[in-house]
Design a protein around this ligand. Structure first.
Ligand code: HEM
Length: 431
């Protein structure tokens, strides 16, 4: 390998994929700032546990790669950073390198065929039809917060359960089964964090994490097979019925593809929005004046929501595979190479965002990449914004002031990350 290729090895390479680094946000941002400045396209070398990949940290490069879906594929290598043992395990179980096949791992032309099935359902015009239902869920959630007050953990009381209720409602999952869905999603996404994976183990090997995640996927598949049967027999207006009754090239979806579709909506739809909701409240609780301004002028809310999504960047990376030899920022990338798009780094690129660590609700334009870009750009982005707007309208109506009541803690996770606790103290408008 040529001397001119910037490479991270050993401890430096490990830090890029170390969940604990992401659990310490300042450390993660410092690391990405340094890399973006010194080597914006850097090769993270293999050790015995994972294949090498290129880490991309500049906004411009992450944007370009995301939009060029012909050159940068979501297959055949995993679309989320995975250890070799996890890939081998998935191959043994499913024959593919991911445990779940879904929209996010398909490329053209199949990807669009599947995306089209539900794309319309997630557009603002259709979401208007469920606004009243979301409002009712927001109201119930804020009732619960107020009952728990004047001090509560905002994540446990609001940010975690509310997006879960919304996504379960649109999937037609009965309320009685929600706790199980939460448990399984947290096992699947929070596999690296002992508080979230419910394993009771502080340190787990890559194999143990893989087993845990595989168990969660299997339980999801069983659950959704039964749900799909029900939605075929008695279709309703929800997205679960759309998926259960959809056809691709004239044939219904097979069980694995259908389960994959449910799993991506169920899982992508709540931990992400939980993280951005907690992020928004974190920013407001740290800055009571901002909360007061927002209470007085609701036209600022859209900016708060968008900035919270940038500032918290719930999905911290996705991976791509080069379909051909290509150059990025002067580095030669070979066909078949694996690339990590760091949305955290891109969203804190100071050539695009002035003072990027500052929460600035008036940021305009706010061209963040928290929802990705290109053909795979988040299917649920309108829903995520809508949920957050409705929740904060309800909170602003009923809460006069809010402040931090302790130190928030972030999850240790390289993929979907965010606060796992956010202690707040608040005054309600009546009390
Ligand atoms: C703030 C909340 C959210 C964030 C930050 C987020 C972020 C993302 C990102 C980064 C991607 C990949 C984009 C790319 O590869 O270019 C994605 C894809 C996706 N998201 Fe979201 N998401 C959020 C909420 C939601 C919600 C509420 C849903 C649905 C209920 C959802 C469903 C999906 C689906 C189905 C995909 C795969 C799309 C495809 O591959 O075509 N997301 N999301």
């Amino acid at each position: 390998m040529s001397e001119t290729i910037p490479v991270l090895r050993g401890a430096d390479a490990h830090r890029v994929i170390d969940p604990k680094v992401y659990g310490n946000w300042t450390a993660a941002l410092d690391m990405f700032d340094r890399l973006r400045r010194e080597s914006p396209v850097v090769r993270v070398e293999n050790d015995e546990f994972h294949d090498p990949f290129w880490l991309i940290t500049r906004h411009e490069d992450v944007m370009r790669i995301s939009k060029d879906n012909a050159t940068f594929l979501n297959n055949p290598r995993p679309v989320v950073f995975s250890f070799r043992s996890a890939i081998e395990f998935a191959k043994a179980v499913t024959g593919s390198n991911m445990l779940v096949d879904s929209l996010v791992v398909f490329d053209a032309p199949i990807h669009m065929k599947y995306r089209r099935l539900t794309q319309e359902w997630f557009m603002p015009k259709n979401l208007k039809l469920i606004e009243a239902e979301i409002k009712a869920l927001a109201k119930k959630t804020v009732d619960r917060l107020i009952e728990a007050g004047p001090e509560a953990d905002f994540v446990q009381t609001v940010a975690a359960p509310y997006p879960l209720h919304v996504v379960m409602q649109i999937l037609g999952v009965p309320e009685a089964d929600e706790a199980r869905m939460l448990f399984l999603t947290q096992q699947m996404f929070g596999g690296q964090d002992e508080d979230l994976n419910k394993s009771g183990r502080a340190e787990m090997t890559a194999d143990q994490i893989t087993q845990l995640v595989a168990g969660a996927v299997k339980s999801f598949e069983e659950y959704f097979a039964a749900l799909a049967a029900e939605k075929r027999a008695r279709p309703t207006q929800d997205v679960a019925s759309v998926i259960a009754n959809a056809t691709v090239d004239g044939a219904p979806l097979n069980d694995r593809d259908m389960a994959g579709y449910y799993i991506i909506v169920a899982s992508a739809g709540h931990d992400t929005t939980s993280a951005s909701t907690a992020g928004a409240m974190h920013a407001l609780a740290q800055d009571p004046e901002q909360f007061a301004r927002l209470k007085a002028d609701r036209s600022l809310l859209a900016g708060v929501v968008e900035e919270a999504i940038r500032w918290s960047t719930p999905v911290q990376h996705f991976m791509r595979t080069a379909a051909e030899d290509v150059e990025i920022a002067g580095q030669k990338i070979a066909k078949g190479d694996w690339l990590m798009l760091s949305y955290v780094a891109a969203n804190h690129d100071d050539s695009v965002f002035a003072d990027p660590r500052r929460f600035d609700a008036a940021r305009s334009p706010n061209r963040h990449l928290a929802f990705g870009a290109g053909a795979h750009q988040c299917l649920g982005l309108h829903l995520a914004r809508l949920e957050m707007r409705i929740l904060f309208e309800e909170l602003l109506d009923r809460i006069d002031a809010i402040e931090l009541a302790g130190e928030p803690k972030r999850a240790n996770s390289t993929f979907v990350g965010g606060l796992k606790t956010l202690p707040v103290r608040f005054q309600t408008t009546t009390g």
